[in-house]
Design a protein around this ligand. Structure first.
Ligand code: HSE
Length: 444
C-alpha cells in the first residue's frame, strides 16, 4: 500500500456557537480521529467565541476553549482560519475583513453577507492571498458550491433551478398532501422546531434569494444586483391554488431560478408550479435540491438537507479540510468565474423572461365575462393554453376562472392583470403563478 501523504495541520477558531457553530465544534472535536483518517488533516480548534455559552455547555464542548471576544483570536499568530457562524451582516462583515487583514483564511455559512457583499470580500481575500470558503452558505449540507466551482468546471452553465428553503418546502408539502392552509402548515413547522418564531426570511423568499444570488454569481460570473431580483414568498399562497394546481398536474414549489438566455441571465424567486414529471417535484418536506444544467453534462440534480446543525456543519468542515488540503485555495486562486474578477453575463431586467403562467380570476358567472378577460389578454399578445371553470361553483357570487397561458413575459401579464383587476365583473385580486414545466434536458 502506498503510504499516506504527510499529515497536515490546521488551527481554527469558531465565532458563533449556535445551532451550526455548536454542531461544527462538536464534530470537529468528537470526530477528530475520523476526520484525520479520511483526510490526512489534523484539525485543532483553538477557540469558540460567543457571548453566551449555554448551548455550547449543553453540547459538552470544552470550557477551556470558550472565549468571549474576537480580539485574542485575531491576535493569535498561529491561527490559520476563522470560521464565522455568527449570523447577521454588519458584525460578520467587519469580522471577516479584520480576519483577512490579520492574515487568516475565512470560512462562513453567511448567505446574506455574501449575497450583499460577496465581491468586496472576495476581492479583499484575493489581495491578501487568502481564501474564503462558503460551501455552507447555499443548500446546507449539499456540496453545491464545490459542484459549480470544481465538478462542473468543464461546463458553460445554462441554468440553476433550486428548492433552497427547507422551511418553505416543508410548509408546501403539508399544503399539498394534507390540503392544510398556509397558517396551519406554518404552525406545524414551528411546532416541530423547523420554522423560526419569525419565519419571514424563510417564507417570504429572502433566504432563497440570497442563495441563488451566490450560486448565480459563480455559475454565470455575474455580480447580481440583489435588489433587482424579483422575490415573492409562499406566505400569501391560498390552498385553493395549491389544490387546483395539483388537479392540473402541477406541484407548487418555492423556486429559485437563474436561467441563461442569449441576452442575459433571468433570475427570480417565488412560488411556481412545476410539472409532476419534473425531478424537483418529488423533493418534499425540509429537503433542498438544486438542478444545474451544463452545456456538456446536461442535467444534474443535487439533493439533501439544506438546513440543520449537522448537515450544515458537514459543509463547513469540508471547507476546513479543503483549505488544509489546498483544494479551495487553488480553486479560488486559479478559476475565472468569481464575480470580483469577471464581468460575466448581464442580469436581465425583472419580468422580461418568457414563461407560462397560471391565473385564477374570481369573476361573476354571466355572459361576456370570458370575452372581456380574453380581450385584455389578447391585447397583450398573451395566448390562452387552457381554461377551466368549475360547474360546481355555479350560483356563487364570484366563481374561480382558471387560465393557463402560453409563454409571455411577466411584464405583459402584469399589465393585463392590472386591467382585469379593474373590471367590474371581477372580484379579488387575480392570483398569478409561473409554470415551469419543461423537461430537464430540453431547457434551452
Ligand atoms: N432556514 C433555512 C431553511 C436554512 O429553512 O432552509 C438556512 O438558510
Amino acid at each position: 500500500m502506498r503510504p499516506m501523504s504527510a499529515r497536515k495541520r490546521i488551527r481554527v477558531a469558531l465565532v458563533g456557537c449556535g445551532t451550526v457553530g455548536g454542531a461544527t465544534a462538536r464534530i470537529l472535536i468528537q470526530d477528530k480521529e475520523l476526520l484525520l483518517r479520511r483526510s490526512g488533516v489534523e484539525i485543532e480548534v483553538a477557540a469558540l467565541v460567543d457571548k453566551s455559552f449555554d448551548h455550547a455547555r449543553s453540547l459538552g464542548l470544552p470550557e477551556e476553549l470558550f472565549c468571549s471576544g474576537i480580539e485574542p483570536v485575531l491576535a493569535d499568530p498561529s491561527l490559520d482560519a476563522v470560521i464565522e457562524l455568527a449570523g447577521g451582516v454588519e458584525f460578520p462583515r467587519t469580522l471577516i475583513m479584520r480576519a483577512l487583514d490579520a492574515g487568516k483564511h475565512v470560512i462562513t455559512a453567511n448567505k446574506a453577507l455574501l449575497a450583499l457583499h460577496g465581491p468586496e470580500l472576495f476581492a479583499r481575500a484575493r489581495q491578501q492571498g487568502l481564501t474564503i470558503g462558503f460551501e455552507a452558505s447555499c443548500a446546507g449540507g449539499i456540496p453545491v458550491i464545490r459542484a459549480i466551482t470544481d465538478g462542473l468546471l468543464a461546463n458553460e452553465i445554462d441554468a440553476v433551478y433550486g428548492i433552497l428553503n427547507g422551511t418553505s418546502n416543508y410548509i408546501l408539502t403539508e399544503m399539498i398532501h394534507k390540503g392544510s392552509s398556509y397558517a396551519d402548515a406554518l404552525e406545524q413547522a414551528q411546532k416541530i422546531g423547523l420554522a423560526e418564531a419569525d419565519p419571514s426570511l424563510d417564507v417570504q423568499g429572502g433566504d432563497t434569494a440570497h442563495k441563488i444570488a451566490i450560486m448565480s454569481s459563480l455559475a454565470f460570473g455575474i455580480s447580481p444586483d440583489f435588489a433587482g431580483i424579483p422575490v415573492s414568498g409562499i406566505d400569501d399562497l391560498d390552498e385553493q391554488d395549491v389544490l387546483t394546481g395539483r388537479d392540473l398536474g402541477y406541484v407548487v414549489k418555492l423556486l429559485a431560478v437563474a436561467h441563461r438566455h442569449p441576452q442575459g441571465v433571468a433570475m427570480w424567486v417565488g412560488p411556481a408550479f412545476i410539472s409532476r414529471e419534473h425531478p424537483l417535484a418529488w423533493v418534499e418536506g425540509p429537503f433542498n435540491a438544486v438542478s444545474i444544467y451544463g452545456h456538456a453534462v446536461g442535467h444534474t440534480l443535487f439533493y439533501g438537507r439544506g438546513a440543520g446543525g449537522d448537515p450544515t456543519a458537514s459543509a463547513v468542515i469540508s471547507d476546513v479540510l479543503g483549505l488544509a488540503l489546498g483544494i479551495t485555495p487553488t480553486i479560488f486562486a486559479h478559476t475565472g468565474f468569481w464575480p470580483d474578477r469577471n464581468g460575466g453575463a448581464t442580469q436581465l431586467p425583472a419580468g422580461s423572461e418568457e414563461l407560462r403562467f397560471y391565473l385564477r380570476i374570481m369573476a361573476e358567472d354571466k355572459p361576456g365575462v370570458l370575452a372581456a378577460i380574453s380581450t385584455i389578454l389578447a391585447r397583450e399578445q398573451i395566448s390562452i393554453a387552457s381554461l377551466h371553470q368549475n360547474e360546481q361553483a355555479r350560483g356563487q357570487e364570484l366563481i374561480p376562472v382558471v387560465i393557463t397561458t402560453h409563454t409571455c413575459t411577466r411584464q405583459a401579464l402584469d399589465r393585463a392583470v392590472q386591467e382585469i383587476n379593474a373590471l367590474e365583473i371581477t372580484g379579488k385580486e387575480v392570483v398569478l403563478l409561473p409554470i415551469v414545466d419543461e423537461h430537464p434536458e430540453k431547457i434551452s
